[in-house]
Design a protein around this ligand. Structure first.
Ligand SMILES: C[S@@+](CC[C@H](N)C(=O)[O-])C[C@H]1O[C@@H](n2cnc3c(N)ncnc32)[C@H](O)[C@@H]1O
Length: 390
């Protein structure tokens, strides 16, 4: 659609530049593009060094994302963006506005007057640098097709208010995946998501390897819930995520088809996390990233008189058992030849279940050290449970 000169677009573009200069611009989404190869372009302000620039991300139909900073011929580039898209959504700290042009050329703008009024009066809050940088650091912008189809973001790419926490959670998890990228194969990777549920994380990890890293990925996702597995399987097909396979079943009975490079798991309930870790380490996964959920087993079984002064207080008993359970899991992984640690997944304000266990298989197994760790693990169990084995 070639737009002819439009006063409406010119004044909207001027308002957009003013909002950016006044540091009230959060983001703008340019959709329904003229170019048949593109899906959309999102633009957001970023602090790069000492300069404040507009960064554009163009999402193409071949699933690639192209980044550029709009700096040189600023006004001209902005105008080109405005004139080459049939729908424009602008989000600012003083309100949002939307522009649309119909096939017959009828233009509609909503919300621009409030932004203009606030800028004219000087009555506005600026968007903090922290907020800009926070957005910059996320691997997922919100505009990804799978996030929209999963209901995390709306069709303009804005993350829905109720899904902000999930969005941060999967972004943070992806950062952990990125931090171990050098421990994983460069060209082809086998990934398992055990207890995948609705698979927000699975889709994100698949997208990360396939579209951001251009690594071929085969991913198997397993969960007990038949309806959820069917939903995810259909969604993967609609997204063209052909390397994803969904299996309905109990992870305990599942035999891995291929040696796993990476096993992920987010909030597998109670002892399901233990099954995940055992399954992953027994099959020699190169990397395991697992965020435990609530766990109750030790809380029910703890029998340690030395710790009675803690366990008699139910709140503290739970905290003690949570920490001891994760510490035992780590010890068990270490005894199986992993370098393992507990890291923070996300702000505790988002969820108290914010620990991620990261385990990286060591190149060489030190048998003597493994024996020492196995003995230590058995002693810890005996100390906590008052018996050799449960
Ligand atoms: C709290 S949900 C988390 C789902 C997903 N990973 C997420 O973070 O959105 C836990 C999931 O674990 C699944 N689950 C629990 N035990 C399982 C088992 N033994 N085998 C397969 N799935 C299991 C449940 O069906 C549920 O979908």
């Amino acid at each position: 659609m070639k737009k002819i000169k439009s006063d409406c677009l010119d004044s909207l573009c001027e308002l957009f530049v003013r909002a950016f200069e006044a540091k009230t611009l959060k983001k703008a989404v340019f959709s329904k593009p003229e170019s048949v190869d593109e899906i959309k372009t999102t633009v957001s302000p970023k602090k790069i060094g000492t300069s404040y620039v507009l960064q554009a991300e163009t999402f193409s139909k071949d699933n690639k994302v192209y980044h550029r900073n709009i700096k040189s011929d600023f006004a001209k580039e902005c105008q080109e963006l405005f004139y080459s898209h049939a729908q424009i959504n602008i989000f600012t700290s003083v309100g949002d506005c939307q522009y649309m042009i119909s096939k017959s050329g009828k233009e509609t703008v909503i919300g621009d007057k409030n932004i203009k009024k606030a800028l004219d009066n000087g009555s506005f809050d600026t968007v903090s640098e922290e907020e800009n940088n926070k957005q910059k650091n996320y691997l997922l912008s919100g505009d990804e097709d799978f996030l929209k189809k999963l209901g995390i973001s709306d069709e303009t790419g804005r993350v829905r208010d109720k899904k902000q926490s999930k969005y941060r959670q999967i972004n943070k998890f992806l950062e952990h995946v990125e931090s171990v990228i050098d421990k994983l194969p460069e060209n082809e990777i086998n990934v398992y998501d055990l207890c995948c549920g609705k698979s927000y994380l699975s889709f994100a990890v698949y997208h990360y390897f396939k579209n951001i890293r251009s690594i071929n990925i085969e991913m198997i996702c397993i969960d007990l819930k038949q309806d959820v597995i069917e939903y995810c399987d259909n969604l993967a097909k609609r997204l063209g995520f052909n390397g994803m396979k969904f299996i309905c079943g109990d992870i305990k009975n599942y035999n891995m088809e291929k040696k796993p490079d990476l096993v992920i798991s987010l909030h597998a309930c109670d002892i399901a996390t233990d099954i995940v870790l055992d399954k992953a380490s027994d099959n020699g996964a190169s990397v395991i990233l697992s965020t435990p959920c609530c766990h109750h087993e030790l809380n029910h079984k703890i029998n340690c008189k030395e710790l009675n002064f803690i366990t008699r207080h139910s709140m503290l008993r739970q905290k003690l058992c949570d920490a001891a359970t994760d510490a035992m899991r780590i010890l068990k992984l270490e005894a199986a030849g992993y370098e393992a640690s507990a890291l923070e997944l996300i702000d505790p304000e988002d969820t108290p279940k914010n620990i991620i266990i990261r385990a990286i298989k060591k190149q060489r197994m030190d048998e003597k050290r493994a024996e020492v760790l196995k003995k230590e693990y058995a002693e810890v169990r005996k100390f906590l449970l008052g018996e050799e084995d449960i």
